[in-house]
Ligand binder design. Structure first.
Ligand code: TRP
Ligand code: SF4
Length: 337
């Protein structure tokens, strides 16, 4: 049986952190076996909010792909590309925008949240940056073009993207109705079961919150950041009886990164007051560092040979364009344009 199609993308935010690793990348890597995967860097989407901050865009795009490759996204299994290298997506975006009612995008709750964040971050007070651009309004339509371009059956996304994906399904259905066709699949979300890892301060992990540990951080930096992880706040001394389940960050990292036996041992010693938090986190840092050693080595290797990464992207772009061109020709026939 032919494999089903899967599309997913990430905005180029630069070096990725543990949250991306645990919440997204491990899942993407597994899905490569089961699906025909298209993984892309959403650089047009980056411009919807950061059109005036493009100084580091090219480096950020490469950094994202370096992390993907290091974690096991495999160009021999998946198609890896930059969104903007596939102009057929822009063409599909225009075509889909014609059949998308304006109020569908205007009531997209995820988009409303994004606008709120932009407004809150904006300190310039200038009209230009506080207004939603035409491009940003089209965010969910562009995302739909990304997905329908390769006729995806499934789209792995986080909860925060579900509202967008609902619009994608609606647009696919509406297109099929209008043109009396069954060309587009209605793409289904594929949610991950993996718990999201919090930042070292116990808040949501994020680059802008300065509480993240990067996949590419060196061992010393990682160890230092792990030492800042929040523990059971009611504990002052090693001999105080601890509560691992109230150890907000450190123990949850143990549960994610350490083997079962180690987790049990930590729990037991913590509860009996036989384990100090500093020692506990030193051990945790070592466990995390050994887990990431091969990933970081692989990243280093690719980083030294950045032309290889560029080649992978240009090969992926070529493959994506070829498939996209076939599809867009069929779509043009369906519309009669
Ligand atoms: N909007 C997604 C995000 O911010 C990125 C994205 C763009 C995407 N196009 C997509 C994800 C298509 C899945 C499918 O995370
Ligand atoms: Fe958390 Fe370890 Fe401290 Fe227990 S000993 S509270 S598990 S850091």
């Amino acid at each position: 049986m032919e494999k089903k199609n899967l599309v997913s993308g990430m905005r180029p935010t630069g070096k990725l952190h543990f949250g991306h690793y645990a919440g997204v990348l491990t899942n993407w890597v597994k899905l490569q076996e089961e699906y025909n995967c298209y993984y892309f860097v959403a650089d047009w989407h980056a411009l919807t909010t950061k059109y005036n901050q493009t100084e580091n865009l090219r480096q950020d795009k490469l950094d994202v792909v370096l992390d993907w490759l290091a974690c096991g996204i495999d160009p021999n299994k998946s198609t890896i590309y930059n969104q903007s290298d596939v102009p057929q997506i822009a063409q599909l975006h225009i075509l889909l925008s014609m059949v998308t009612p304006q109020n569908w995008v205007e009531r997209d709750p995820t988009l409303k949240d994004m606008v709120k964040i932009i407004r809150n971050n904006d300190t310039s007070g200038s009209e230009n940056t506080t207004q939603m651009s035409y491009g940003l309004l089209g965010y969910p339509v562009l995302m739909t073009a990304d997905i329908l371009m390769f006729n995806a059956n499934v789209v792995p996304v986080g909860n925060d993207q579900l509202a967008h994906l609902e619009i994608s399904r609606d647009i696919a259905r509406r297109f099929n109705n209008i043109y009396n066709t069954e060309f587009f699949n209605e793409p289904l979300p594929k949610l991950t079961q993996i718990p999201l890892l919090k930042g070292v301060d116990g808040q949501k992990m994020g680059k802008s919150f300065h509480n993240d540990i990067k996949i590419s951080d060196d061992e010393e930096t990682t160890a230092k950041k792990v030492m800042m992880a929040i523990t059971d706040r009611s504990r002052a001394r090693k001999t105080d009886l601890g509560h691992p389940d109230k150890c907000e960050v450190a123990f949850t990292y143990y549960q994610y990164f350490a083997d079962e036996q180690t987790v049990q041992q930590v729990r037991c010693e913590c509860e009996k007051g036989e384990r100090g938090c500093a020692d506990c986190k030193r051990q945790l840092g070592a466990i995390i560092n050994s887990k990431f050693a091969p990933i970081r080595a692989k990243r280093e290797e690719f980083a030294k040979d950045i032309n290889k990464v560029k080649d992978i992207l240009s090969e992926g772009g070529k493959k994506a364009r070829e498939q996209a061109q076939k599809n867009i020709e069929q779509i043009r026939d369906i519309i009669n344009i």
